[in-house]
Design a protein around this ligand. Structure first.
Ligand code: 5GP
Length: 199
């Protein structure tokens, strides 16, 4: 998705070789026009999948996920990281190790929002080791629902999450797959090869 890739190139801040900061349009300040385009793109890619619910994890997955849900005409559910007074009983809960916080947390979804007939599209902002996506998938599957696909805004393809999810049988669509963050630069994985003239 060129619009997104250009935004990453213009505004992304490379923090070491493992982490990309995109807090000007996705992780803190949000660009709603870009989020709408992301929602349209995911909705188009998963159009034939009979999606009934979009599921993400708070907080940075919510913006792209709500736009996707809007385009697909289905509800968005976000898994919550802290149990609150209003989120107590009948929960589907899974442990997820956070890549950026380097700590394990419990994420929960109320049982009343996922049912065995649901075909769930998981959406997240980043894919690194796949912990968040696998945690969401386990929650959906505990409810008896089917994971119909996984949509990722920015996949760090040099980390193992994408491969692990594919090996587990999930359909993964990532809009901006990154091959490397070496030398302080973002290099995309699916950049077209430069044309060479036949000799
Ligand atoms: P995973 O669970 O796949 O290991 O990591 C994905 C989660 O960690 C995402 O929900 C995202 O919040 C966070 N994350 C992983 N890598 C990055 C990164 O390079 N930048 C940012 N901003 N978040 C990341």
């Amino acid at each position: 998705m060129e619009l997104l890739k250009n935004k990453v190139l213009q505004e992304g801040i490379v923090l070491g070789e493992q982490v990309l900061k995109v807090d000007s349009f996705l992780n803190h300040q949000v660009d709603p026009v870009l989020m709408m385009e992301i929602g349209k793109e995911f909705a188009a890619r998963f159009a034939g999948e009979g999606i009934t619910k979009v599921l993400t994890i708070e907080s940075s997955g919510i913006a792209p996920a709500v736009m996707t849900a809007l385009q697909l005409g289905v509800p968005l559910i976000f898994a919550r990281k802290r149990k609150s007074l209003t989120l107590r009983d009948d929960l589907l809960t899974e442990k997820v190790y956070s890549f950026t916080k380097q700590e394990e947390s419990e994420v929960s979804v109320s049982k009343k929002f996922l049912s065995p007939g649901d075909r769930v599209l998981l959406i997240d902002d980043f894919l690194a080791n796949g912990e968040a996506a696998f945690g969401l998938a386990r929650i959906a599957e505990k409810a008896g629902a089917t994971v119909a696909g996984i949509g990722i805004v920015i996949e760090k393809a040099f980390q193992p999450g994408g491969r692990k999810l594919l090996d587990a049988g999930y359909r993964v669509e990532s809009l901006a797959p990154i091959a490397s963050l070496a030398d302080g630069r973002v290099t995309f994985a699916d950049k077209p090869e430069p044309q060479t003239n036949p000799v």
